[in-house]
Design a binder for this molecule. Structure first.
Ligand SMILES: [Zn+2]
Length: 98
């Protein structure tokens, strides 16, 4: 069974934020209403976030206020990112050298 890479709630936030002028993210928190586990970002969101900040710390939060800190380096090692390649994909929609 194949799954389409649909835009999740996480990605919607990232797509919306740059249109509002927010492009530099220092961290992200993801909360889910689960008691004994954490929910990380989906694969599409991991790649999308990596394009903005491959060193992004990610805080996974449960309803009991338990927090697990992880990162894109752990969840998506060696990801492709315009930041690490010194490209600007999100500045004007065209890839070019900075
Ligand atoms: Zn997602």
């Amino acid at each position: 069974m194949a799954f389409k890479a649909l835009r999740s709630g996480h990605t919607n936030y990232y797509v919306f934020s740059p249109t509002q002028g927010y492009r530099n993210f220092s961290c992200i928190a993801i909360a889910a209403d689960l008691r004994e586990t954490y929910v990380g970002p989906c694969g599409a969101c991991r790649q999308f976030m990596c394009e903005f900040n491959p060193a992004l710390p990610i805080y996974l939060v449960r309803p009991d206020d338990a927090v697990e800190v992880t990162s894109l380096a752990k969840l998506l090692p060696e990801c492709f990112s315009p930041k690490t390649m010194q490209l600007d994909f999100h500045g004007n929609g065209v890839a070019h050298s900075l």
